[in-house]
Design a protein around this ligand. Structure first.
Ligand code: MG
Length: 379
C-alpha cells in the first residue's frame, strides 16, 4: 500500500488517522501541522522516518531544525509540499481555508486524497475537481455522510441514482421557533448534545449551515445536480446517509458514530479491514425522520442557492459564515444574524469564475470584508 501523508496530524482527524495507521501497520511518509506543540514532537518521535511539515513554526525554526534536521519542512507551503509527494495517500484533516492548496497539490500529483477538510470542496469545488481531472488522482470523502454515499455507490452507476439523501441530526435547536432562537447565547449554541467538535462546526451544526456545506460537497463529489440531493433530519444519526436508485430501491449505510471507520475506509478502499469499533445493535433502537424546518433554519436553502449559482458563490457562503460565526461567538451579533449576514454577503459580492487558487483567495477576502461591514452596520 502507498505511504500515508497526514495533514492536520495533531487534530482530531489526524490523531484518529494515526491510530488507524498504527493498527494496520502502515508507513507514514509525512506529518503536517499548523504550529509547534508537544503533541507534534510526540508524533514526530513515534513516526521516526516521517517528514515533519510545520506551516507556522513561529520562533522555533532552529529548534525544529535541531530536532528533525532534513526531515523538517517549514513555512506556509509546507503541507502543500508534502502533499505533492507522488504515490501517497494524503489524509487532509486541516481545519479551514489552509486545507485547499494541499488538496489541489495532492490531486495534481495523482495521489489519493482522503478528504476531511470542508473548505476544499465548499470554497474551491471547481478548482479541486479540475485538479482531480488533470492529475488523475482519487478523491475519497472522509466525512461520515459522504463516506456513507461513497460506500453505497461502490459497484453502482451514478447515472442510475435518482437522489442521494444526506441525514442531519438537526442540531441542538431542532424543533425551536425563530422567536426562541433570537436570544440564543454562544454558550447555549456551543453545548451540542452528542458531539464535542470545534467551535465553528458546532455553531454551523446549530444553524444547519454545516449541512448546507455538505450538500455542496456532495454535488462535487458525486457529480449530481442539486435537485438530486436531499436532506432529511434523523436525530439518532444511525443512518449516515442513503441513496435512492431509479428503480426505487434505497440503500443506506448505518453504524455507530466513529470517525475511524470512514477514515480507514478512505485509506483501504476498495478493501475493508477489521476495526475495533462497537457493533451497531439495532434491537430497541429507534429511528425517526422528518423534513428540515427550512423556514426557521434558512442556511439550508441558502446553501442550495449558492450551490446552484456555482462559481464563486459557495466560496462567499463559506467566508461570510466564518466571519459571522466569529462575530456571534464574540457576542457582537445574535444567533439569527449569522445567516442574515451570510445571505446579505452573498447578494453583495459579485460572482466570478474560479480558475485557480488565486481566484478563491480573492473571493474569500472580498466576502470577508463585505461580511465585516454588515456586522459593523448591526453593532
Ligand atoms: Mg458530517
Amino acid at each position: 500500500m502507498s505511504e500515508l501523508v497526514v495533514l492536520g496530524a495533531t487534530g482530531s482527524i489526524g490523531t484518529q488517522t494515526l491510530e488507524v495507521a498504527e493498527r494496520l501497520d502502515l508507513e507514514v511518509a509525512a506529518l503536517a501541522v499548523g504550529s509547534v506543540s508537544a503533541a507534534m514532537f510526540a508524533i514526530a518521535e513515534r513516526w521516526g522516518g516521517a517528514r515533519i511539515a510545520v506551516a507556522d513554526p513561529g520562533d522555533a525554526v532552529s529548534d525544529i531544525r535541531a530536532a528533525f534536521g532534513e526531515r523538517a519542512v517549514c513555512g506556509p507551503e509546507a503541507a502543500t509540499r508534502v502533499a505533492s509527494r507522488p504515490g501517497s495517500i494524503v489524509v487532509n484533516g486541516i481545519v479551514g481555508a489552509a486545507g485547499l492548496a494541499p488538496s489541489v497539490a495532492a490531486l495534481e500529483a495523482g495521489n489519493r486524497l482522503a478528504l476531511a477538510n470542508k473548505e476544499s470542496l465548499v470554497a474551491g469545488g471547481p478548482v479541486v475537481t479540475a485538479a482531480l481531472d488533470r492529475g488523475g488522482g482519487e478523491l475519497i470523502p472522509v466525512d461520515s455522510e459522504h463516506s456513507a454515499v461513497w460506500q453505497v455507490l461502490v459497484g453502482e452507476d451514478v447515472a442510475r441514482v435518482r437522489r442521494i439523501i444526506l441525514t442531519a441530526s438537526g442540531g441542538p435547536f431542532r424543533g425551536w421557533q425563530r422567536e426562541e432562537l433570537l436570544a440564543v447565547t454562544a454558550a447555549q449554541a456551543l453545548d451540542h448534545p452528542t458531539w464535542d467538535m470545534g467551535p465553528r462546526i458546532t455553531i454551523d451544526s446549530a444553524t444547519m449551515m454545516n449541512k448546507a456545506f455538505e450538500v455542496i460537497e456532495a454535488h462535487h463529489l458525486f457529480g449530481l445536480p442539486y435537485d438530486s440531493i436531499d436532506v432529511v433530519v434523523h436525530p439518532q444519526s444511525i443512518i449516515h446517509s442513503m441513496v435512492e436508485f431509479v428503480d426505487g430501491a434505497m440503500t443506506a449505510e448505518l453504524g455507530e458514530p466513529d470517525m475511524r471507520v470512514p477514515i480507514q475506509y478512505a485509506i483501504t478502499y476498495p478493501e475493508r479491514r477489521p476495526a475495533p469499533v462497537e457493533p451497531l445493535w439495532l434491537s430497541g433502537a429507534e429511528m425517526t425522520f422528518e423534513d428540515p424546518d427550512t423556514a426557521t433554519f434558512r442556511a439550508l436553502d441558502l446553501g442550495y442557492e449558492a450551490g446552484r449559482r456555482g462559481d464563486s458563490a459557495p466560496a462567499v457562503l463559506n467566508a461570510a459564515d466564518e466571519v459571522a460565526v466569529a462575530a456571534f461567538l464574540d457576542h457582537r451579533i445574535g444567533f439569527l444574524d449569522i445567516v442574515e449576514i451570510v445571505a446579505a454577503t452573498l447578494e453583495k459580492v459579485p460572482q466570478c469564475d474560479l480558475g485557480g487558487l488565486d481566484d478563491v483567495a480573492y473571493v474569500d477576502a472580498e466576502a470577508r470584508s463585505a461580511a465585516a461591514r454588515f456586522i459593523e452596520g448591526r453593532g
